[in-house]
Ligand binder design. Structure first.
Ligand code: FES
Length: 169
């Protein structure tokens, strides 16, 4: 008898938990939809330079998506992740370290962007992947497009730029 009461109590507890779970599930889609809408951003299309302005391993300072977001445009000399242009070797990244916003510096010897603050390092040939350090995300890479005149345009960013709640302010 005692055992049957315990089973019934267990069933009631299970049903109560199921109802709470179902109620939460009906709320979830609305929350998720809100999160998605907050993350949706309209990026400007900004001309950064022309292919003729670039040479292998000669970084060109740029800013994107606005003047307060410094970055670098690079020609790496071989096709890489996210690379554009005839050789698939032109990439661009934010130069604000994702850890605490120090200004990154390019090292041509190993194609990395390096932080003088706490020494995080990011691989320019692997889409800005962090290869060492304190940062908790990879380096934001700018999405590029080359038009038929050879002009290079930035049109998006794949990670959150340091210090921002949204990449486009
Ligand atoms: Fe770059 Fe800390 S600010 S590693």
């Amino acid at each position: 008898m005692t055992c049957k009461r315990m089973v019934d109590a267990g069933r009631r507890q299970f049903l109560r938990g199921s109802l709470i779970g179902a109620a939460a599930a009906t709320v979830m889609p609305a929350n998720q939809a809100r999160a998605r809408s907050l993350a949706r951003v309209e990026y400007p299309s900004n001309r950064l330079a022309n292919i003729a302005d670039l040479a292998v391993d000669m970084p060109l300072e740029i800013a994107y998506p606005d003047a307060d977001s410094p970055g670098v445009l690079l020609k790496l000399g071989r096709a890489v992740m996210g690379g554009v242009g005839p050789d698939g070797d032109i990439v661009a990244f934010s130069t604000l370290c994702p850890h605490k916003g120090w200004q990154l510096q390019y090292h041509a010897a190993d194609r990395t962007l390096n932080c003088p603050g706490h020494y995080s390092r990011f691989d320019c040939e692997a889409g800005g992947q962090e290869v060492w350090g304190h940062a908790t995300q990879n380096l934001p890479q700018f999405e590029l497009r080359v038009d038929d005149k050879g002009d290079i345009h930035a049109e998006g960013v794949d990670e959150l730029i340091y210090g921002r709640l949204s990449n486009v302010l």
